[in-house]
Design a protein around this ligand. Structure first.
Ligand code: GRF
Length: 221
């Protein structure tokens, strides 16, 4: 059973989608053992507590990035965490954190990487006028939003989309691909060949999907 530590800063809907997938048995070999946040009032911390998961606010005040991240590593190690799941964690991780969990950190980004890295990815997509947007689950490396890609979802962009409507559509797809990526990880089905992630076995019928805007409904995520 792999022990998962979650880092989040906000509402925690991705954390919740992974938790539900564990509770339902979709993710079989993983367990969330601790949730950490840099924000005292993160809704995700409350959700974790409601689910009786240890949930801690780790105060960044007065600490350098390295000091703070060393503290996080210490806590995660004390829980014997195997994998770190970033779920809306709004701080850039220091190199020392990434070295401590090398190849063991996952993130979800609301864009089809390598396009639209960084903040406001959905707004960037709208401004660029792309017809398709989406989300990416990837391994975290020292370069921001650049690690090997595990799974991506694709959603259409409509002419009347706003940042909110596009974000909502992408988020619904995030809630499918993040649990799927964690499931594959916990089943030891993910390996790396250079920068490419290889997935063992057939996974296309396990919730992976893409939207065809011609054949599908507008909200059919
Ligand atoms: C998501 O859009 C995710 O892609 C990004 O941050 C947001 C977190 O949302 N990294 P939530 O807190 O999981 O609801």
């Amino acid at each position: 059973m792999y022990r998962l530590g979650v880092l989040l800063s906000g509402r925690g809907s991705n954390f919740e989608s992974i938790l539900k997938a564990i509770e339902s048995g979709y993710i079989k070999n993983g367990k969330i053992v601790v949730v950490l946040s840099n924000k005292a009032n993160a809704r995700g911390l409350e959700k974790a507590k409601e689910a009786h998961i240890d949930a801690l606010f780790v105060n960044p005040e007065g600490l350098s990035r390295d000091e703070y991240d060393r503290k996080l590593v210490e806590i995660l190690r004390s829980y014997n965490v195997d994998y770190v799941i970033l779920a809306g964690y709004m701080r850039i991780l220091s190199d020392c954190f990434i070295d401590s969990f090398e190849g063991k950190i996952l993130n979800i980004h609301p864009a089809l990487l390598p396009s639209f890295k960084g903040l406001h990815a959905q707004r960037q997509a709208l401004e660029a006028g792309v017809r398709f947007a989406g989300a990416t689950v990837h391994f975290v490396t020292k370069e921001l939003d650049s690690g090997p890609i595990i799974i991506q979802s694709v959603v259409p962009v409509f002419d009347n989309d706003t940042e909110d409507s596009l974000s909502d559509r992408i988020l619904k797809s995030e809630h499918k691909i993040y649990p799927l990526a964690v499931k594959l990880l916990c089943e030891d089905r993910i390996s790396l060949k250079g920068n490419r992630v290889l997935i063992d076995g057939d996974f296309l019928d396990e919730g992976f999907f893409a939207i065809n805007p011609v054949g599908g409904g507008r909200d059919g995520v």
